[in-house]
Write a protein that binds this ligand. Structure first.
Ligand SMILES: O=P(O)(O)OC[C@@]1(O)O[C@H](CO)[C@@H](O)[C@@H]1O
Ligand SMILES: [Mn+2]
Length: 442
């Protein structure tokens, strides 16, 4: 095959990979260590003395992990009985080059960053009493609470929008789709990994932000997506999947988008893919979904949120919406390897009419974390990952991109951090699908 661009690595000094591995990832580990010091008494009260005693060993292991990273030591195999350990260790073997083990600042950035989060999980899952402790839970809950005003604004706007779907003109439906896609997109700025765990929250009105940031969407295929979805309107079993990202305001925005699609009859089913364990600080786990719905139900004085929580719980009870957790999403694999490494998941995605990928890490995995020439076709950069038509909603937080024409990139002139600040965004559609869809393909 033609020479593929290399993957991003920490060995490229000026890269965001280098900055992430040398500065941000150690801070994220340090915050977990500090959390366990701070929470020692509470953990003892809640999980018992044995757990409290374990904290010394846990923090010892976390410090050891951080030290191997900062001294660029070889990556060690994972231990434990978790189902994905064999896969991780096989992939680790793959990283050996000329008999040399992979080290943090030379192995693929995607691999070492995912590996760090999986090692933290390994330390907890092998610790006994604290195996299900969410060491990012406090940070996720804080950002949810701090975003409650924006959440209420968006919730009320959603209820108004879908109050009487039959009364909406085609143009109004199209505008609503574009608005809720845009608000789900920009909610991705709320990300605790890019902030290295520093507090983030949605302060601005999502509706005002949508207008203010519109000119920062470098590629916007949302019209094409909408036009094609309309073609499916006679199908009564349309399934749209969202491969989700961060908890907090982004999770709420994604569920508002899911509600719009469901309430307007654009989709009859939604598969919502979330993470099986804590991941990249703010990524959504089942506990985050439960906590968000509970927060909405108990939001005294916010009837809109209580109403939405009831409706969404109804969708879950009826199976209209299904949250799914495949270990593939917390693997280091680029999506081009899903068909071979996780064929059941790939086949499952093939049954979707559209897959929406949220956020930067998913975008990096779509592109194999390769350093593509920016004007490379978006579909070409997926390297054959075509289970179904897909659209990526991504605020840019890593120095890679595809499908970006030079005249669009020119809009970022004067902003040296345009690739990693989260201030610029993409809505990119790839209509390819490797299954015949009987003429109703996107
Ligand atoms: O996937 P998300 O939540 O949008 O972003 C993930 C992220 O914060 O972590 C990585 C850098 O540490 C980058 O992919 C990106 O900056
Ligand atoms: Mn994330």
């Amino acid at each position: 095959n033609t020479e593929l661009p290399d993957v991003l690595r920490g060995s490229y000094k000026g890269s965001f990979a280098y900055k992430t591995i040398s500065e941000r990832m150690p801070v994220i580990l340090t915050k977990v260590i500090d959390l366990f010091h701070r929470e020692k008494i509470n953990i003892g009260n809640q999980y018992g003395d044995a757990a409290k005693e374990k904290l010394k060993q846990i923090n010892g292991s976390l410090s050891e992990l951080k030290s191997t990273m900062q001294r660029n030591k070889p990556l060690q195999p994972l231990a434990g009985a978790a189902a994905d350990v064999p896969l991780w260790n096989r992939l680790l073997e793959e990283q050996w080059v000329d008999g040399e083990p992979p080290v943090w600042f030379d192995a693929p950035w995607l691999f070492v960053e995912c590996y760090m989060y999986r090692r933290v999980r390994e330390i907890l899952e092998n610790s006994g009493e604290l195996r299900d402790y969410d060491y990012f839970g406090q940070q996720k809950r804080d950002t949810l609470e701090a975003s409650i005003a924006a959440i209420e604004l968006l919730g009320e706007h959603l209820l108004e929008t879908v109050a009487d779907p039959a009364a909406l003109s085609g143009q109004q439906v199209k505008r609503a789709f574009s608005d809720f896609i845009g608000m789900s997109l920009w909610a991705n700025k709320n990300d605790l990994s890019i902030s290295a765990g520093a507090h983030v929250s949605q302060e601005a009105s999502p509706l005002v932000q949508l207008v203010e940031l519109n000119h920062r969407v470098l590629v916007n295929d949302s019209e094409q997506v909408f036009a094609q979805l309309r073609r499916l309107r006679d199908k009564r079993d349309v399934r749209i999947d969202i491969v989700m990202d961060n908890a907090g305001f982004e999770l709420f925005s994604d569920l508002c988008l899911a509600d719009l699609l469901t309430s307007l009859g654009i989709a009859q089913r939604m598969s919502l893919h979330i993470k099986a364990h804590p991941w990249y600080v703010s990524d959504t786990t089942p506990a985050d979904v439960r906590h968000t719905l509970q927060h909405m139900q108990s939001a005294d004085g916010k009837p809109a949120l209580r109403r939405l929580a009831e409706r969404w719980q109804g969708y879950l009870d009826a199976g209209t919406w299904v949250f799914e957790m495949d270990t593939f999403w917390t693997s280091p694999l680029p999506f081009s390897r899903m068909a071979s490494e996780a064929p059941e998941l790939y086949a499952h995605l093939q049954a979707a009419n559209l897959i929406i990928f949220k956020g930067d890490l998913n975008y990096r995995k779509l592109l194999g974390d390769r350093n593509w020439p920016h004007s490379t076709g978006f579909c070409a950069s997926l390297e054959g990952f075509h289970p179904a038509p897909l659209v990526a909603l991504r605020t840019m937080k890593a120095d890679l991109v595809s499908g970006l024409a030079p005249e669009r990139e020119a809009l970022t002139a004067g902003d040296p951090n345009w690739m990693v600040s989260g201030e610029w965004a993409l809505i990119q559609l790839c209509e390819c699908s490797d299954t015949a869809r009987g003429g109703d393909e996107l």
